[in-house]
Design a protein. Structure first.
Length: 279
């Protein structure tokens, strides 16, 4: 039962480590790709975009809510692209007035030659004022960085946003990795101790096999050795890094045979007779 639980624990830990490593690689890739041309984070041509508001909440098949993670197609501006009314596109705008551009994913509602007007399905007004004096200016194809085609992961956008913060990265990525390395170090120590005990057992068996004992005595000697190992305190943590010598097993002397006893008795009688004759 204990071995089964340990095996399950090892599997769970290994799976968690793989998941954490995958998320770490994705976050690092997104950060690095966002610094390049276009400025949109991408993984294999896909841009994971977190939804910041409910501006696109609705009943349409391609609607989405705050906190969702959108899987958008990165737009290659070196290729021919065609955008039409109804397309859901991502562009960058300072929506909070703080000087930092955020990713906005809205639907194209009007197209006039090479300019576009976008609006959230849940919003009343366009993102761009039709008079060109308020909110955002009309967009061009070069302003679009990604196109949404309907693939999303509900609620995971908020998780991804948190993981990209310093606290989220430390608590969910860095700290579990530290615990994992400590856990692996303990496993290495346990495996080394088990190997030393197994090696000592093999040497003990070899010593018993080479002795002049009967098979029954050999089996008994091995049992006594195993019993002494179980009772002996574990001094592995008290070692100074030097390999501990395996405990020497005491091999009992072979008993005297019946023939040896008869020879001894005969020698004793001969000695007694010689003593009587001398008298």
């Amino acid at each position: 039962m204990k071995k089964t639980l340990n095996k399950i624990l090892h599997i769970v830990v290994d799976v968690l480590v793989v998941v954490i490593l995958i998320i770490s690689v994705l976050i690092l890739t997104m950060i690095l790709t966002a610094q390049g041309e276009g400025g949109v984070p991408s993984v294999f041509g896909k841009a994971p975009i977190s939804v910041l508001t409910n501006s696109m909440h609705g009943d349409a098949p391609d609607s989405f809510d705050e906190g969702d993670l959108l899987i958008c197609d990165v737009i290659d501006h070196n290729a021919e692209n065609e955008f039409n009314v109804g397309d859901v596109v991502t562009f960058r705008q300072d929506i909070n007035g703080d000087g930092v551009e955020d990713y906005v994913t809205h639907r194209i509602y009007k197209k006039d030659g090479g300019t576009y007007l976008t609006k959230g399905d849940n919003n009343v007004s366009y993102d761009q004022d039709v008079n060109g004096s308020v909110v955002f200016e009309a967009l061009t194809e070069n302003d679009f960085v990604a196109r949404y085609t309907g693939t999303k992961i509900s609620g995971f956008g908020s998780v991804l946003n948190y993981l990209q913060t310093p606290n989220g990265f430390f608590l969910c990525i860095l700290l579990p990795m530290i615990f994992f390395f400590l856990y692996q170090a303990v496993r290495v120590v346990i495996n080394v101790i088990a190997y030393n005990k197994e090696n000592a057992m093999i040497k003990a068996q070899e010593a018993i096999a080479k002795s002049d004992l009967t098979e029954e005595q050999k089996a008994k000697a091995i049992e006594e050795y195993l019993a002494s190992q179980k009772k002996a305190p574990d001094n592995s943590d008290k070692s100074d890094g030097k390999e501990q010598e395996p405990e020497q097993i005491s091999v009992p002397e072979p008993p005297e045979t019946e023939q040896g006893e008869e020879q001894t008795e005969q020698a004793f009688q001969e000695t007694a007779e010689e003593s009587e004759q001398s008298e």
